[in-house]
Design a protein around this ligand. Sequence first.
Ligand code: NAP
Length: 547
Amino acid sequence: MPAMLCVPVMVRDPASAVEDALSARDAGADVVELRIDPWYTGDSGQIEGVRRLVAGSPLPVIVTCRSAAEGGAFDGPDEALAELYEALGQGEDGPRYIDVEHAALVRSEVVRRAVEGLGEGGPGVVLSMHDTRGRPADLSRRVLAMRGEASARVLKVAFLARSPRDTLEVAELLGERDRPTIALAMGEFGLPSRVLASKLGGFLTFASLRDTSATAPGQPTVSELVDGYRFRSIGPGTLVYAVIGWPVGHSMSPAVHNAGFEAVGHDGVYLPLPVPAGEEGQAGYESLKATLPAWIEHPALGLRGASVTIPHKENLVRLAGEMGWVVESDAEAIGAANTLVVEADGQIRICNTDAEAVVAVLRDRLGERGGLEKLRVALIGAGGMARAAAWGLAEAGATVVVYNRTQERAESLAEALKGALGRASGNAKENMGKVVAMGLDALPKACADVVINTTPIGMAGGPAPEGTAAPLASMANLGAGAVVMDTVYNPVRTPLLAEAEARGLATVDGVQVFVRQAAAQFEAWTGRPAPVGLFDRVVRERLGVRG
Ligand code: NAP
């Protein structure tokens, strides 16, 4: 049974609650949860109003009066809860379900009597437990106690996830359910537990009508869940993919790959999987090690592929070494990997698609003008992206000169790649280009056919959003028809590219690089050509570029 989609409606005044319930129906929800606690104070005169709201709802209703202790607003007496439950159990057009907190049932005889009096034909009881601070230490014992309550038709367990491993706990809870069960991890780490409800056997999942109406941290909107993550097409056989990094909240990869899966009919879903960096100065290797193998090996989740980004690209190579996974030649030479592939037969391999992306988009731009052999490239920056670009370009025959603010870093990059070139790929020495290092002050005198920026200069929100990484005006030795590439993609038209265009130079923007590295990942996971035009459109739309 696919999980139902439930929209919580905060009842602050009855009129707007009815409107929200209608909007929930129009948005495609199956059920609404009327959260009456912001309005219901325990005054018995309000109960008739609740009954009218339920009767007027266009969708089946769960009535919830969430206590302050479990993240809601109700702080009235248990007698008021009991009276509410009894009243809702009477008559024909009551709610489909009533949410009853397990804690209230345990502590209050009047609540227990009211719940047990609901009977077979009345509303079903969703027996619930919430912890907004974290995973309760006694979670297993409490779930066992909830399972012992015969009056509960549905169980609900929700707690704040403290790490991506908490989704595994949700999967366990659902795997061993003895009746319909809702299990959710709240917060940014818990999103997968919400999206994957149908895959993991959950009874329902919650999604808010709008960004501002979420009733729990990490709750997606209906549109994010249904259009973005294709919630309605997820089932037990759906393959799971993720972007792993810290932070990943603003990653464009979920939008790109989910749209791609839809376009080619691949039964997959792609999620953000935030894996924390360590303490200052540490890359969070232990977090990656604690998360990634467990997600791959979990029988219900079975992660089948991942894009890996800052700060875990180097960590992935180290982890692959420890786990005995296959490290492809590009990742080995570069010392960093951005892609994980779990084959259908269980073999796991990692690779680096940034290098091939830079080479491919440059080849496309050069077109008729031929290959990259003997091409002179001025590469600015000596970080992870520079390393991938330098290796890919030199393997393709280009002469790469690395210019970096910290010259020693450029030198150690060149030194490391000198040994790596051709070794892992098996490329013959005579076809190989080379990588050398220079100080940034030598850049104006560079003789180059191609200039590539791999620093964050020009990036919105970066260290120098108005800056240009290369002084094109004083670079007199640029070859005829030089190409300027910026790997920064936000904004798409960086100050460097704008200046290059103004000087009549050919340009390649960072979106093209991003799309190509994503396309190579998509092809590795699905075995199908990536819809690159769609990828490009999705990214440019998200960055606010038209056409
Ligand atoms: P990284 O490892 O942190 O390296 C950053 C490099 O930029 C370092 O060489 C650093 O120099 C230099 N740098 C930083 N701030 C600078 C400044 N104010 N002035 C001069 N140099 C500066 O980062 P990365 O992973 O290589 O990523 C770099 C950029 O590539 C990102 O900003 C991103 O926009 C882009 N990127 C694009 C894609 C894509 O798909 N299009 C993918 C990955 C990355 P020092 O060595 O002196 O610190």
